[in-house]
Design a protein around this ligand. Structure first.
Ligand SMILES: Nc1nc2c(c(=O)[nH]1)N[C@H]1C(S)=C(S)[C@@H](COP(=O)(O)O)O[C@H]1N2
Ligand SMILES: [Mo]
Length: 358
């Protein structure tokens, strides 16, 4: 099925088929929760088919009591349910100029779901983490060989680490998404949810939890999913972690036509990590003047906030440039220009869109 020149699978924009990468058409944003069938999909390898009844996750490494736990036993533990926004670190990449390598995501490599599962801290407590431990590696069951000459030879699993403090604070081992079982493409039977971090850390098809007494420097946090951080004016490769503050416009979409001399609802979502969104401003004149929009609902930590604005469109026909700009409670706002040190990731500079008033 195609919509214009865009190929769709199950209503999502196809950004790649092997591996499968699907994007939510962001103009379809409606409620606070993204329906599971609309949720974007990012994979690096074939989706592993896992028999829930044969699945175990092992907790090992720098622990006194290594153990394995199966699906049934995990479900017996105290669970929590939280809405968390996942954003791919490469979301918006197709707007970078000049073009860069990587999946050419538009606006829709982001979504919010309600995740239910067991706090990672429950398993870490049972394993009794050694005093010298500092990080936890989460490893997925998916893997394969990469063509990248900088990748290690042989088979590689998708894996990422998080500091022990973060692992204890709010990381979840989720087995439910929006009240239903996790779909295969979103990590069935169990995935990690790392609130506030770019979604590469939210490991799907979880199979091992390895406690480390030294920082992990695996492929997906050094060669890939890293950026250039400057210290003493020296660039050093640093793993991507926290989501950067951002607002996106869902409607009207780029290139849409809106009636002249009318009230048009402009709406979208905004998110950050750590703090909360305190302000979303909208410019309808290319950035000359800014209007404060209405933030909807209540703030929830590490989940997006929907916003809306009633735009009185000009009487004269012509093109207008809309720009949204979010600010959070830590005073952070979106940069006007792209920082090249961020490579192909962490894309949150202002993104003007053009609509036609007619
Ligand atoms: N095991 C595993 N976990 C993974 C990935 C993966 O390829 N394998 N992709 C990561 C990336 S880059 C993103 S953006 C999110 C996407 O989650 P979703 O497919 O549920 O939207 O999963 C993350 N977790
Ligand atoms: Mo991602």
């Amino acid at each position: 099925m195609t919509e214009g020149s865009q190929k769709l699978i199950a209503g999502k924009i196809v950004r790649g088929e092997t591996p499968l990468n699907l994007e939510m058409p962001f103009q379809q944003l409606e409620g606070f929760l993204t329906p599971t069938e609309s949720f974007y999909v990012r994979t690096h390898f074939p989706i592993p088919s896992i028999d829930r009844d044969a699945w175990w996750v092992r907790v090992e490494g720098a622990v006194e009591n290594p153990f394995a736990i199966n699906y049934e036993q995990l479900l017996e533990l105290q669970s929590v349910t939280v809405p968390v926004t996942l954003e791919c670190a490469g979301n918006n990449r197709s707007f970078l100029d000049p073009k860069v390598k990587g999946v050419q995501w538009g606006l829709g490599a982001v979504g919010t779901a309600e995740w239910a599962g067991v706090p990672l801290s429950s398993l870490l407590n049972r394993a009794r983490v050694k005093a010298n431990a500092c990080e936890v590696i989460l490893e997925g069951a998916d893997g394969g060989m990469l063509e990248d000459p900088k990748s290690p030879p042989g088979k590689l699993h998708f894996a990422r680490s998080i500091p022990l403090e973060k692992a204890h604070a709010d990381v979840l081992l989720a087995y439910k998404m929006n009240g239903g079982e996790l779909p295969p493409q979103n990590g069935f039977p169990v995935r990690a949810i790392v609130p506030g971090w770019y979604a590469m850390a939210s490991i799907k098809w979880l199979q091992r939890i390895i406690v480390m007494d030294e920082p992990f420097t695996g492929y997906y946090q050094t060669i890939d999913y890293a950026y250039w951080r400057r210290r003493e004016e020296i660039a050093e490769l640093t793993p991507l972690t926290e989501v950067q503050v951002k607002a996106q416009i869902a409607k009207p979409a780029e290139g849409e036509t809106v009636p002249a001399n009318s009230s048009v609802r402009v709406h979208g979502a905004a998110w950050t990590s750590d703090g909360e969104i305190t302000k979303v401003e909208l410019s309808t004149d290319g950035g000359s003047t800014w209007n404060e929009t209405n933030l909807m609902g209540q703030p929830k930590p590490n989940a997006w906030r929907l916003w809306e604005f009633n735009w009185q469109t000009p009487a004269a026909p012509g093109n207008q440039t809309l720009i949204a700009r979010a600010t959070d409670s830590l005073g952070r706002t979106q940069p006007v220009l792209r920082d090249p040190d961020r490579g192909t990731y962490m894309i949150n500079h202002l993104l003007p869109i053009t609509v036609e008033v007619r």
